[in-house]
Write a protein that binds this ligand. Structure first.
Ligand SMILES: Nc1ncnc2c1ncn2[C@@H]1O[C@H](COP(=O)(O)OP(=O)(O)OP(=O)(O)O)[C@@H](O)[C@H]1O
Length: 275
């Protein structure tokens, strides 16, 4: 049995009268890809924000690799082994591509202020190691664009790669990607699929929020479905495709279950394969 990297139990978050997350429970194991899907406003990003400490859940628990991190600050949760990307890119636009990734390592590297001030050999070695590793992560995500230019000069797709490289540079045990496919064209989405699988092959657990159903169905080991904050299904892509509650949530009706999300998915996959 593989290690449980994330265990979310009975998570609740309310904004005034709105129950953004209403009793979410799921687990992610080592080397597993789990997608969290649901219509707009279903509570996916709110759940991510509770897991990563950006919001404090009103109830429930979040355990990372056996350590209870419920209500801890984001930096603490990152130290526990959780990295994430954001729906809207959060790179330092004026910093170089390379420095953005190097910034991702600072939590992990132990550099004393005195070493930095005196530029000791230990500090220089650590800086060189940091630069080498940053290049390796940028290679890993397939970035071919220049790395010494401000991150804001890169195309949107390349900025997304840099954001993932920065998150990976922390060597997380668990990586949360919030809509990694948004704004990408078909060939970029194919490259993203391959990248997600290679991250999984490192033994990292992945949680994705993604609206592209073709991508979700192709890459996920399991899918958790939210609707109005409530978890309505948790299963394999095959189970989710034909689950009447999921179809109803997406289509708003159960009357024509054959017109299910599976056909939308198949269309999307055919389109991707032929592009
Ligand atoms: N900061 C906030 N203040 C008040 N309400 C919020 C806040 N953030 C989210 N909500 C509400 O909580 C609910 C869940 O929103 P959330 O953004 O988590 O959904 P989502 O599934 O990620 O949606 P999308 O797919 O559109 O990104 C929505 O009703 C939203 O309006």
């Amino acid at each position: 049995m593989s290690t449980t990297l994330l265990s979310v139990k009975g998570l609740h978050l309310a904004f005034g009268g709105i129950k953004a997350v209403d009793g979410l429970t799921f687990e992610v194991h080592e080397g597993e890809i789990v997608s969290v899907i649901g219509p707009n406003g279903a509570g996916k990003t709110s759940a991510f924000n509770c897991i990563t400490g950006f919001y404090s859940p009103t109830d429930g628990s979040v355990v990372v690799a056996g350590k209870d991190v419920t209500n801890q600050r984001p930096a603490r949760i990152a130290q526990a082994g959780v990295s994430r990307t954001f729906q809207n890119l959060r790179l330092f636009g004026d910093l170089t591509v390379l420095d953005n990734v190097r910034a991702g390592m600072h939590l992990r590297l132990k550099q004393s202020a005195l070493d930095a001030l005196l530029h000791t050999p230990r500090f220089r070695r650590s800086e060189e190691q940091c630069t080498t590793e940053a290049h390796e992560w940028l290679d890993f995500v397939g970035l071919t664009a220049p790395r010494g230019v401000p991150a804001k000069n890169l195309s949107y797709g390349d900025q997304r790669r840099v954001e993932i490289a920065r998150a990976l540079a922390r060597r997380p045990r668990l990586l949360l990607l919030d809509e990694p496919g948004a704004g990408l064209n078909h060939s970029e989405k194919n490259e993203l699929l391959d990248l997600i699988r290679r991250i999984r092959d490192l033994g990292t657990g992945l949680v994705l929020i993604e609206h592209d159903m073709g991508l979700v169905m192709e890459v996920s080991d399991r899918i958790v479905v939210l609707n109005f904050g409530k978890e309505i299904a948790d299963g394999s892509p095959g189970e989710i495709k034909t689950n009447p509650r999921v179809i109803e949530a997406y289509l708003g009706t159960e009357e024509e279950p054959t017109a299910d999300i599976a056909s939308a998915v198949d269309e999307e996959q055919t389109h991707r394969a032929s592009s």
